[in-house]
Design a binder for this molecule. Structure first.
Ligand code: GRF
Length: 321
């Protein structure tokens, strides 16, 4: 199994979700480990539990600090602990856009409603007042807009007759403790799952005009142009020739560009065996927080370098708008 993903948990209060995440991480086959529990309140109950369980902690009160400085201090603590991901578990701070953007794809949150219903506070009371049959909980990716990132998982909780916000909150909490560790684990696994990565690349490659898939030496590849005379612009590469990478190979502009990229960003690029010699660059997919827009840009660039004029014209026209 690949190395476990390293997770920092941020909280502000009692930390029951943190406890659920921590104990789940200690099950056999868990995909992640908790390297830090951090809080914006040095008195947060969750910190004491983390200490007792031998997990590193960090506390920095936000009082007297700007939001940006406080975010930066928390982020630094996460990075210093070696965290690739931040998991928010009852962290009662609104994050700056810049901070959310810098951890995009690597920060998850749990919210006690069935999003997109009831972002923000008082979720249980709002669900009861609206006469909803169910409340519930959502785990989502964090983006600059509050409670608006992609929902990764949800669980419904029935609203009973005479339900109060407190009684509902208590049952939602049980659901949270089941859902959160599972969703975190699945999310972290999918980043190393060749089937998931292939599907994403396929979707992006086939979205380009006049492209089609054709296998090459046992690997999926994508060509631009007609079935008859098309040219390859990408290959999927799953740990080929002893490489630990799952990657998509795209055409670099030149061998020099290829070497420069590999040297400057070895975590993102590599020179694949055999293909590298003819200018194919390996874009590594199995890494934390991969930016899929970046992969899409590379595919488009590579596609452009081989696509027939009739097809590139289409894209040029579309991009004018
Ligand atoms: C949970 O209800 C969670 O949904 C919300 O904050 C609460 C945290 O509770 N974001 P705990 O500190 O994990 O017990």
């Amino acid at each position: 199994m690949a190395d476990k993903a390293k997770v920092a948990i941020f909280l502000s209060g009692r930390g029951s979700n943190m406890a659920a995440l921590l104990y789940a991480s200690r099950l056999p086959d868990a995909a992640y480990e908790v390297v830090l529990v951090a809080a914006n309140d040095p008195e947060a109950e969750g910190l004491a539990l983390a200490v007792a369980e031998g997990v590193a902690t960090f506390a920095r009160s936000h009082k007297g600090m700007t939001r940006a400085d406080h975010d930066a201090a928390m982020g630094r603590a996460a990075r210093d602990a070696g965290a690739d991901y931040i998991v928010l578990a009852g962290y009662m701070r609104i994050l700056t856009d810049a901070f959310a953007a810098s951890w995009e794809g690597r920060m998850l949150n749990i919210h006690p409603s069935l999003l997109p219903k009831y972002p923000g506070l008082d979720t249980h009371q709002r669900a009861i007042d609206a006469g909803d049959s169910h409340g519930g909980v959502s785990v989502h990716l964090v983006t600059p807009e509050l409670d608006a990132g992609e929902v990764l998982g949800q669980m419904q909780v029935a609203i009973r007759k005479g339900e109060t916000a407190d009684s509902l909150a208590e049952r939602v909490r049980y659901a949270e403790h089941q859902l959160y560790p599972r969703v975190v684990n699945d999310y972290l696994c999918r980043e190393n799952d060749p089937a998931f990565l292939l599907e994403k690349v396929r979707e992006l490659a086939l979205a380009l005009p006049q492209s089609h898939e054709r296998e090459s030496h046992g690997s999926p590849g994508w060509r631009a142009g007609s079935e008859k005379s098309g040219k390859y612009f990408a290959y999927f590469n799953d740990q080929h020739h002893g490489s630990e990478h799952i990657a998509v190979l795209v055409k670099a502009g030149s061998i020099d560009e290829l070497f420069d990229l590999v040297e400057a960003q070895p975590q993102a690029y590599f020179k694949p065996a055999y293909y590298g010699a003819s200018g194919w660059l390996g874009v590594i997919l199995n890494r934390p927080g991969l930016d899929w827009d970046h992969v899409a840009d590379w595919l488009k660039r590579s596609w452009r370098s081989v696509a027939p004029k009739s097809a590139t014209k289409l894209i040029d026209a579309a991009e004018q708008f």
